[in-house]
Each structure stands twice: as C-alpha cells, then as structure tokens.
Write a protein that binds this ligand. Structure first.
Ligand SMILES: Nc1ncnc2c1ncn2[C@@H]1O[C@H](COP(=O)(O)OP(=O)(O)OP(=O)(O)O)[C@@H](O)[C@H]1O
Ligand SMILES: [Mg+2]
Length: 310
C-alpha cells in the first residue's frame, strides 16, 4: 500500500532520518519502534507531508505522495504525538469542528460524530469540555479526530505516552478492533516494546535515524538466535550451586534473583541435563528449568547496548 524509499531528513545539525526504506501492506498493523530522538515523528511527518524530505520518496499506489499528497491524505488519519484539541470546547464540539475541516456536513457529520464517540468510549462525556479531561481521555479524543473521515489507514505517533493503564488498554484494544473489524491499516509508533509485541504483525526498529532491524517478531528475535536464555527456579539457591553455574564454561552470563536464576548459554549447548546434575550435586531442589523466549527488549539491548526505555 505504502512504500518509503530511502527517505532522508537532515536538519542543520542532525540527520533525523537516514535512508529509511519500509513498506506497509493493506490490512497490516506495522510497528515503528525506537527510543527518544530515533526519528519516528520525523518519518511520520514526512509521510503526512508536514515535513519535506531532504531526499527519498514515499509511494502510494504507484505515485509519489511527496509530489502529490492529496490522494493519500483522503484515505489516511494521522494521530499526532502532541495533542491537538480545543481545550474550551466539548468533546462533541471538537469532533464537529474537525469534521467540518474534513468537509463533513449535516446528517452525515452528526452520524460520524456519534460513531466516533462510541468507538473511543466517550459517548457519556460528550458534553464535557476537554480541559476537564484526563490525559487518557484527551488521547482518545485525539484518535477520534483522526477517524472522522473513515480513513483506510491510521498513523499513530506514541498514542499511549503518559496516560493511565486503563486508557492505554482501551487504546490498544481499539486499534486491534479497528484492524480486525474494518481491515484498517495501522502504522503504530511507540517506544514500548510490549505494545508493539501485542499489536503488530511486522516491526521496524529505528535508533538515531537509522533502521536497525525489521521483520516479523519471530524474524527479529532470530537476531538473538545464537544464544538461549534458561530460567532456573527453586525455593532457595546456595553459593556452591551459583558458583558452579557461574564458572561453567558454557555459561556466558548469569543473572541471580532470589528464586530465579537466568543463564545465557550458546544455543548449540544443551544445558538442561547439566543444570539438573549440578543441582543434585549441591542439594538444590529445582522447581523448574525452562527456556525463556527472548523479548524485543532483549533484541534492542543486543543491537545497541542500551535499553529502549528512557
Ligand atoms: N524541526 C527540527 N529541527 C531540528 N531538529 C529536529 C527537528 N525535528 C526533529 N529534530 C531532531 O531530529 C531527531 C529525531 O527527532 P524525532 O522527533 O523524529 O524523534 P522521535 O523518534 O519521534 O523521538 P520521541 O520518541 O522523543 O518522540 C532528534 O535529534 C530531533 O532533535
Ligand atoms: Mg516523536
């Protein structure tokens, strides 16, 4: 549906986005993940023709949306990172105002506002002014604005930053529902790994303007395929057991908790029987020994040496 081709944005002192190439198929939820300053918002601004790229192109149905943005604009809803609402207007009035910008009028406008209020779960708060809303409710209304013109695709820039867990779940569920029920295509930007894990079919990970990984969750996690993490659980450990693990030639790293020890070993090594043997030797009663699946957070740490969170 959409293809970004070597998209680049340079500001005076920074290369905000460097040679970004990605594609989005119709009906997919694609995640764009990266820490502060990665270039996510800049990429989205170029997609929504708010920022002109230094070089590169964005293709939509075989034409350039940089040169000719109007066709794409009609079918896309953008949820900006910064909330753009009128604080002194009610939820309903805000939706009416933005609906008119999208050239909706009369009965059609009224019907769309109803529908959107329902979708974002604010029907019962429609008459309240926005300045009385919680952060999460403002976020939901911000999303509602982007849905007024029945977009085929929605682009969301960190829609869950700084809000309560309940609103956050509501937003995540809404995105899933829009995708499942209406085949809505979604580009979802976040620096929360678990949101992207929950929502997205495919993921792009950016850091400092560069694309550092892309693919399905499974493909991205294969980056870590040379190592296995094994979780060892017991009611208690003793020093001899921990020393034996720590000094074991196949153990690359060890993290010791009160009732759980994680060891990282080369994938090719079968450590299960080894762990059981050592436990028997030092009188440890194991509760479980399991392979621990790597998370996207582990991948980011592996690629950059930093955690994704601030
Ligand atoms: N208008 C601008 N002028 C100069 N530099 C800019 C401008 N907009 C963004 N930048 C720089 O480009 C880089 C990428 O910024 P961007 O906002 O795209 O990151 P982001 O991934 O959205 O981060 P965050 O998670 O904090 O929103 C940063 O170093 C930022 O300072
Ligand atoms: Mg941003």
């Amino acid at each position: 549906m959409i293809e970004l081709v070597n998209l680049t944005k340079e500001y005076k002192n920074v290369k905000a986005v460097k040679n970004l190439s990605m594609f989005i198929e119709r009906g997919e939820i694609v995640g764009l993940l990266g820490p502060n300053g990665a270039g996510k918002s800049t990429a989205i601004s170029m997609l929504s023709s708010l920022v002109e790229p230094t070089s590169g192109d964005v293709r939509f149905e075989n034409s350039s949306i940089i040169k000719n943005p109007s066709k794409f604009r009609k079918i896309v809803g953008i949820v900006p990172q910064e909330i753009a609402l009128y604080e002194d207007l009610t939820a309903e009035e805000n939706l009416h105002f933005f609906g008119r910008i999208y050239h909706l009028r009369g009965a059609k406008l009224k019907q769309k506002v109803e529908e959107v209020l329902e979708q974002i779960g604010l029907s019962d708060r429609r008459k309240d002014v926005v300045k009385k809303f919680s952060g999460g409710m403002k976020r939901r209304l911000n999303i509602g604005v982007a849905m007024l013109h029945d977009p085929e695709m929605i682009i969301m820039d960190e829609p869950t930053v700084g809000i309560d867990p309940q609103s956050r779940n509501y937003i995540l569920e809404t995105v899933k529902r829009l995708n499942e029920e209406r085949n809505m295509t979604v580009l979802y930007t976040s620096h929360y790994m678990e949101e992207v894990e929950f929502l997205c079919d495919r993921i792009y990970i950016m850091d400092k303007g560069d694309l550092i990984a892309s693919g399905t969750k499974e493909e991205i996690k294969k980056i870590l395929s040379s190592e296995n993490t094994i979780a060892i659980k017991a009611d208690r450990f003793n020093k001899e057991f921990l020393d034996a693990l720590q000094n074991h030639p196949s153990v690359n790293r060890i993290t010791i908790g009160e009732r759980e020890v994680l060891i990282i070993v080369p994938r090719a090594v079968n450590m299960f029987s080894e762990v059981i043997k050592i436990a028997e030797e030092y009188g440890i009663e194991l509760v479980s020994v399991d392979n621990k699946a790597p998370t996207l957070e582990d991948v980011f740490l592996h690629l950059t040496g930093r955690a994704l969170r601030d």
